[in-house]
Design a protein around this ligand. Structure first.
Ligand code: FMN
Length: 334
């Protein structure tokens, strides 16, 4: 095990260097708990917990804590946004800290306020980045680690390969996790061998028994090949990785010319993004829960290559741990 992996495991207080990344709308409490319970760490997506799965935020956390006594993490999207959103997010972070959450994954924007709150009680913050300039800003804000989102990732993919991104980030003095393209044991081992301290996975955990996504969505993940993953701007105005279904082909993947112009304008881009965000939260929620026949916005990354059966999330964590040599630590500790 490398020193970087050791540091990450100590930061997260877990046994297997594997996060189940936050997924709107797929992160339900049962999935988060199952990954943590097996020795990795499940990351809560608060909007998913409250608006998709219908839990009061504190009650959702308590549900997870009844399912596992292992550490869990929380995703905070720190992008500059409407005041009401920021205030709500700050309140959720306070509640998470009160309920004992000590690991935070921030994405977009400046994570300084999350760092301040987390560090005050001994917590840590890892920030999602797609290139070095964002990593430098996040490190100035005091983050403890980085998550390198590459060009194979589900969700908002980056533009660089896992190798190129690690080369940019390796000398920054903090653990770097890989996000994107890891769906099975060999890919997990390769990421660690490449020098990553650990891995954040998303897509693989949708095709699990605990994930409450519709069966059609899970079936589409099992069937898809990496070349079926395309980026569409239709959901949020910025490229999101989805499975190329007939619905996506029919809709096209580019934002229209008016939307494009508004997304670029200095004054219009914030309200255009807000409009897109509200629309996209709605579309994604319903396509995930209702399946084919509603709208096939099935978000997934190229790691669909490693998804061939629906199984318990804990079984995936244990298999990957064994294949990468963390099996002994796990069976001794869990
Ligand atoms: C359906 C889906 C929803 C996602 N939603 C979020 C999110 O709300 N916040 C976030 O920081 N990352 C989000 N991600 C990114 C994941 O946390 C993770 O970094 C990514 O899935 C890793 O790539 P993989 O899917 O190839 O494993 C999402 C990914 C997927 C597949």
């Amino acid at each position: 095990m490398t020193q970087a992996t050791d540091r990450f495991l100590a930061h997260a207080r877990i046994e297997v260097p594997l996060l189940c990344g936050a997924m709107y709308p797929c992160s339900n409490p049962e999935l988060v708990a199952a990954v943590s319970d097996a020795g990795g760490m499940g990351i809560i997506q608060p909007l998913s917990m409250v608006f998709v799965h219908g839990h009061d935020f504190r009650e959702g956390l308590r549900l997870i804590k009844r399912l596992t006594d292992k550490p869990i993490g929380m995703n905070v999207i720190t992008e500059k946004s409407a005041k009401v959103y920021t205030e709500r997010m700050q309140k959720w972070v306070d509640i998470a800290l009160e309920e004992g959450v000590r690991f935070f994954v921030t994405s977009l924007g400046n994570p300084a306020w999350v760092v301040e709150k987390a560090h005050a009680v001994g917590g840590v913050v890892y920030h999602d980045v797609t290139e070095r300039k964002w990593a430098e800003i996040a490190l100035k804000a005091g983050v403890d680690g980085l998550i390198a989102v590459n060009d194979q990732a589900g969700g908002h993919a980056g533009g660089k390969s896992p190798e190129a991104l690690l080369a940019e980030l390796a000398d920054l003095g903090v653990p770097v996790l890989a996000a994107g393209g890891v769906g099975d044991g060999p890919a997990f081992r390769r990421a660690l061998e490449l020098g990553y301290a650990g891995v954040q996975m998303g897509t693989r955990f949708i095709a699990t028994e605990e994930c409450l996504a519709h069966g059609d969505y899970k079936a589409a993940i099992l069937k898809a090949r990496p070349e079926d993953i395309v980026l569409t701007e239709k959901i949020s105005g910025v490229p999101v990785a989805v499975i190329k279904t007939p619905y996506i082909e029919q809709m096209g993947t580019k934002a229209g010319p008016i939307a494009r112009r508004l997304l670029k304008g200095r004054k219009t881009k914030h309200w255009m993004r807000t409009l897109y965000t509200v629309q996209s939260l709605w579309k994604l929620k319903h396509s995930s829960l209702k399946g084919t026949g509603y709208a096939d916005y099935f978000q997934a990354g190229k790691s669909v290559a490693g998804c061939d059966t629906i199984e318990p999330a804990g079984a995936i964590v244990r298999r990957l741990a064994d294949e990468a040599g963390f099996g002994r630590a796990h069976s001794a500790g869990a």
